[in-house]
Design a protein around this ligand. Structure first.
Ligand code: E4P
Length: 219
């Protein structure tokens, strides 16, 4: 399963990259705004900076919501770097745009997906990735992980190649459950990824090993 980090923070992207487990980056307009990135030129430069850190795919989201504008914006984004994936919202014009991008060999990430039907449409349109938002479903008392299971079943039934990119991941158990369910990718904050490192028995065991070693050495 691939690990993407869901942030526009360059420091956190570097930290995840240095850990050696980073396969890509996802961003969205809210995450860009959180880093104070605004204005066409700054946004473009920021995507380029992200592409220089990671060797994986980088999702860059369009702001446009009409077909012609999504195509125009997406084509500019796709030209920035070979690893840019154009992130397109799950709306009617978005699905049409994904179909167009797919015919041109431009990678896409269909975002804001909350149902199996939406995921089926994204796959039929030829999306490279589909992003079901599991945390936001959990937030409204709906089982986000059930959606991952449903999409996996549907895609496997028909051999769709669209990769399931479990998004809105909030904690390490989301990551583990997604791995058990066969999600192709997860994207989440650095904190959810580094939380996988932690176990109190590891810390206790290491402390004991080091203490025994020091004792034997007469330190
Ligand atoms: C997906 O690509 C989105 O950027 C993201 O995962 C949304 O997560 P949130 O629900 O924590 O904002």
């Amino acid at each position: 399963m691939k690990f993407f980090i869901d942030t526009a923070n360059l420091q956190q992207i570097k930290e995840a990259h240095d850990l050696g487990v980073l396969d890509g980056v996802t961003t969205n307009p809210s995450l860009m705004a959180k880093e104070g990135i605004a204005g066409k030129e700054n946004i473009i430069n920021h995507y380029k900076a992200i592409c220089e850190i990671t060797d994986g795919d980088v999702s860059a989201e369009v702001i446009a919501t009409t077909y012609d504008e999504i195509i125009a914006e997406g084509e500019v984004l796709a030209k920035l770097h070979e690893r840019i994936v154009v992130k397109v919202p799950m709306i009617k014009d978005g699905v049409k745009a994904i179909k167009y991008f797919s015919s041109k060999g431009i990678k896409t990430n269909c975002t804001l997906v909350f149902s199996a039907g939406q995921a089926l449409l994204a796959a039929k349109a030829g999306a490279t990735y589909v992003s079901p938002f599991i945390g936001r479903l959990d937030d409204v008392s709906t089982d986000g992980l059930q959606l991952i299971e449903d999409i996996r079943l549907i895609y496997d039934n028909y051999g769709y190649e669209t990769q399931i990119l479990a998004a809105s991941v909030r904690h390490p158990m989301h990551i583990i459950s997604c791995a058990k369910l066969g999600s192709d990718v997860i994207t989440g904050p650095l904190s959810a990824i580094t939380a996988l490192l932690k176990h109190p028995l590891t810390d206790n065991g290491l402390a004991q090993f080091l203490a025994d070693h020091a004792k034997a050495a007469g330190v």
